[in-house]
Design a protein around this ligand. Structure first.
Ligand SMILES: O=P(O)(O)OC[C@H]1O[C@H](O[C@H]2O[C@H](CO)[C@@H](O)[C@H](O)[C@H]2O)[C@H](O)[C@@H](O)[C@@H]1O
Ligand SMILES: O=c1ccn([C@@H]2O[C@H](COP(=O)(O)OP(=O)(O)O)[C@@H](O)[C@H]2O)c(=O)[nH]1
Length: 474
């Protein structure tokens, strides 16, 4: 019977969890996918050990078996802080101004990918499906192939894939992309990132692209396809109806004392457009003085990747901007921006989302953005809030009934805040209904089933599909 072996940099075991909510959407989505499957989730524990031993820590938590390894300080510096978060992350988010090309980072990246391959290899049985996640582990599939793994293997990239003109600024880009072609399936969040990847294969490698998204390389067929990720709709909406969510809602509502509220929830990351968002809110206050004391922005921003300088800078920048706006518009009993540097459990977040008249999701570039979907799922359908969504988030391709904005345009976002706050109930309901249906129908279960189905490929049989609980009628 086939099992699913999921491999990602970060594994959501209590030991690795850190502050509530600081793990981001990948951990949230995979936890939910793994609960449904027999199988193993393998990755880094998030812990540091003086010297790498390869020791596997196996645990079973809430129905999910995890296997984790600890990494040594040089690994974390060169692989996680270095190549993953100072080279690939900014490059994949179109920020070549922040991208650092340090050869040591590349070496650390290859070393840690080799360590992942050595450690996970003994766990893989002949019938297993192997599902690798994200930019930390692009070459892992080819390293496993070199170790004799013949299983079907898939890669899902949670971030954007950059245009070819940007990607070619990466030294050894050819080697990186070629290593990805060891997978049987390569998945992206949206058609936009998929098309950028196919463009690279065509223009830089001269590979013909089949109409169905198949690429032929060295006699093998690789399926390249978009699989937009969703939220765990069932779990989230159950949580949104919990006492914890209601309490969080009521407390927050009481604290704003009749004022309208906008909410932002983002890891403290420059890709999330927080600086531009604060400036836009400041512009709204300046342009609408009659509303300036009647509107509050709650920004929840748990710190992320704090060892990387660009993340320290964004933190300083936001503190300065918050101080500036609050200094200008606060009075003794009121501050317009509540800027909170900590994470909250999702049940409480659900209560916060529901208490806010406007969800402000304005990344400059984002693979998907699950917060946008959670905001919709948390609303009261009778009196829903309005989602303002960046046109550069992957989720914008699905959430067409949101008020879409260009987050770089301070004026546009400021005007859209005004529009959202004044939107009549009927229009709010109409937009929400369409958004809600989309969030419900393309949830994380749908995403997982679609990807696993593709991973099975032509070898899927009713028996193996049943063993992975794939909908037999789909
Ligand atoms: O593990 P960290 O370094 O703390 O970062 C957290 C995660 O951030 C990124 O999340 C992405 O995945 C989401 C779910 O698919 C998607 O909605 C979002 O747009 C992406 O930014 C990163 O890709 C993950 O690997 C990290 O675990
Ligand atoms: O205080 C917080 C902040 C965020 N999150 C969760 O972290 C995820 C963020 O995912 P998203 O795709 O929006 O962005 P990412 O951080 O993965 O780039 C969402 O499920 C949020 O509910 C959370 O649980 N608590």
């Amino acid at each position: 019977m086939s099992r699913l072996i999921v491999i990602s940099n970060r594994v959501s075991v209590p030991k690795a969890a850190g502050a509530a909510g600081a793990q981001g959407g990948l951990a949230v989505a995979l936890n939910s996918a793994l609960r449904e499957h027999r199988g193993i989730w393998f990755g880094w524990s998030g812990q540091e050990v003086e010297e790498f031993t390869g020791h596997l820590d196996m645990q079973r938590n809430q129905g999910v078996t995890t296997a984790t390894i600890d990494l040594e300080p040089q690994d974390i510096e060169e692989y996680y802080n270095g190549y993953a978060n100072r080279t690939l992350w900014p490059l994949f988010h179109y920020r070549i101004d922040l991208t650092e090309y340090d050869r040591n980072f590349g070496e650390g990246y290859e070393r840690v990918n080799a360590r992942f391959a050595d450690s996970v290899r003994p766990l893989i049985e002949p019938d297993d499906l192997v599902w690798v996640h994200d930019y930390h582990l692009l070459p892992l599939g080819s390293l496993l192939r070199a170790k004799g793994v013949k299983n079907r293997m898939g890669l899902f990239l949670h971030t954007p894939w950059p245009p070819t003109r940007l990607l070619v600024s990466l030294p050894f880009h050819e080697r990186l992309v070629e290593s990805m072609l060891a997978y049987n399936v390569i998945g992206f969040q949206t058609e936009e990132w998929l098309n950028s990847f196919l463009h690279y294969l065509e223009k830089e490698m001269g590979l013909p692209i089949g109409e169905d998204g198949h690429v032929e390389y060295q006699g093998r067929k690789i399926l390249c396809k978009a699989f937009p990720i969703g939220i765990d709709f069932k779990e989230f909406t159950e949580g949104a109806n919990s006492d914890e969510a209601k309490e969080a809602h009521d407390k927050l509502k009481a604290s704003v004392r009749g004022r309208k509220m906008l909410i932002g929830v983002d890891r403290l990351d420059y890709s999330k457009g927080l600086g531009e968002r604060f400036e836009s809110f400041g512009r709204f206050l300046a342009d609408n003085p009659e509303q300036a004391s009647q509107v509050v922005l709650l920004q929840i921003a748990p710190p992320s990747r704090g060892d990387v300088a660009s993340y320290q800078q964004i933190r300083e920048d936001l503190e300065r901007k918050t101080g500036h706006i609050n200094g200008a518009y606060a009075d003794v009993a009121f501050v317009p921006i509540r800027y909170v540097n900590r994470g909250y459990p999702r049940r409480q977040l659900a209560g916060f989302y529901r208490a806010a008249e406007v969800g402000l999701v304005t990344p400059l570039r984002d693979g998907m953005n699950l917060v946008a979907k959670e905001y919709i799922a948390a609303q009261d359908p009778e009196d829903p809030g309005v989602l303002i969504l960046s046109q550069f988030a992957g989720s914008a391709l699905q959430l067409k009934d949101a008020l879409q904005v260009n987050p770089h345009s301070i004026e546009h976002v400021s005007e859209t805040i005004k529009l959202a706050l004044a939107m009549p109930l009927e229009e709010r309901r109409r937009r929400h209904e369409a958004l809600y249906d989309s969030v419900r129908d393309t949830d994380v279960v749908y995403w997982r089933e679609e990807f696993v189905r593709a991973l099975f490929g032509e070898e899927a049989t009713p028996d193996t599909r049943e063993s992975l609980q794939i909908d037999q009628t789909a």
